[in-house]
Design a protein around this ligand. Structure first.
Ligand SMILES: [Zn+2]
Length: 195
């Protein structure tokens, strides 16, 4: 038995968590499966022990700092779901290794997360899992400027930090043109390229 890996990715405000929650709720309530839902203890924007979408769907989850803490639970689960998979870093085990072990153990996995940061750079965990996945669902948002399909997360605040938790106060979704036109780090990048 080898499990199936599904990756739900895209920019912020694309409905990734909603898509994940639909699968969690169907597996739990429709198929009566033992579903383990994980988030990092680091991501506490919403309720600590629930995964909650922007539109109000929610499901029970475990907020963890170490994979060792849920080793038994993950062996019992038929489906393991990870929300905001790009945040599962600096833990006791690499998240890709964790997922790979569960797949080898016959568990199905669904992960949801950002594919790139606000600079357009891939998050390593999401990128690797996308390569390993049986199914990749790449969702789009709508550009906050023109309403066209948006595949990029745009950062409105100029604080230079890589990972900042936040929602519409800090980030918005942008189409490629409106993302590149006002990127806050772009003047320095262009200056560096011409130095
Ligand atoms: Zn646009």
């Amino acid at each position: 038995m080898y499990g199936k890996l599904t990756v739900i990715c895209g920019p912020m405000f694309a409905g990734k968590t909603t898509e994940l929650l639909k699968r969690i709720l169907w597996a739990r309530n429709g198929e009566n499966k033992n579903v383990l839902v994980l988030k990092t203890a680091f991501d506490n924007r919403y309720a600590d022990t629930r995964v909650v979408s922007h539109n109000g769907l929610s499901a029970d989850a475990k907020a963890i700092r170490r994979f060792a803490d849920i080793a038994d639970l993950s062996r019992e689960a038929e489906l393991v779901c990870l929300d905001e998979v790009q945040f599962f870093t600096g833990m006791d085990m690499d998240v890709v290794e964790f997922v790979s072990d569960l797949l080898h153990g016959g568990r199905d996995i669904v992960v949801a997360g950002l594919d790139t940061n606000w600079k357009g750079e891939p998050f390593p965990a999401t990128a690797l899992l996308m390569a390993m996945a049986d199914e990749v669902i790449k969702l789009k948002a709508h550009c906050s400027v023109c309403g066209q399909p948006a595949y990029k997360s745009f950062k409105k605040l100029q604080d230079g930090r890589e990972i900042v938790l936040g929602n519409s106060d800090i980030y918005e979704a942008r189409c490629n043109q409106h993302w590149i036109a006002e990127r806050i780090d772009r003047p320095q990048e262009i200056a560096a390229a011409h130095a």
